[in-house]
Design a protein around this ligand. Structure first.
Ligand code: DQA
Length: 137
């Protein structure tokens, strides 16, 4: 089974970015733990701050992957282009957020991509990604 985790803008700063909200672990450290926990799953990781590069990656893997776990960061709330892209793919895409976006500012309450994702997991810290893997399994 091959699962792609794709992180959007500012998620490269995990560990130092607003640790009260996003925690103090880097994504790379968390990824090591995920791969140890699921040794039989091929977990690929990609991060970009650029909307078009996220779309390129989704198009590249979205017809062959068994599943995609996407944290689109702030593009979640703005991107029709990501919505159109996800709609075109054959692989199931799970939308994840580290924080509970519904407990935060109102502009984070709406997602442009939930309507084309298989499901949404948010608010469990980095564990949101593990829960998404469980859902895909
Ligand atoms: C986030 C929530 C978004 O609102 C925010 O813009 C992010 C991170 C999360 O994982 O909680 O960059 O997607």
């Amino acid at each position: 089974m091959t699962i792609h985790i794709i992180n959007g803008p500012n998620l490269n700063l995990l560990g130092t970015r607003e640790p009260g909200i996003y925690g103090s672990s880097t994504f790379e450290d968390y990824l090591l733990k995920l791969r140890q926990r699921y040794p039989s799953i091929n977990i690929q990781y990609y991060q970009s701050n650029v909307e078009g590069l996220l779309i390129d990656r989704l198009q590249q893997v979205g017809f062959s992957a068994d599943g995609i776990i996407l944290n689109a960061g702030a593009y979640t709330h703005t991107s029709i282009a990501l919505q159109d892209c996800i709609r075109s793919l054959t692989a199931p895409v799970i939308e994840v957020h580290i924080s509970n976006v519904h407990k935060r500012e109102e502009f984070r309450h709406h997602s442009m991509i939930s309507c084309v994702c298989k499901g949404v997991i948010c608010g469990f810290g980095l564990d949101s990604y593990r829960l998404a893997i469980e859902a895909l399994i």
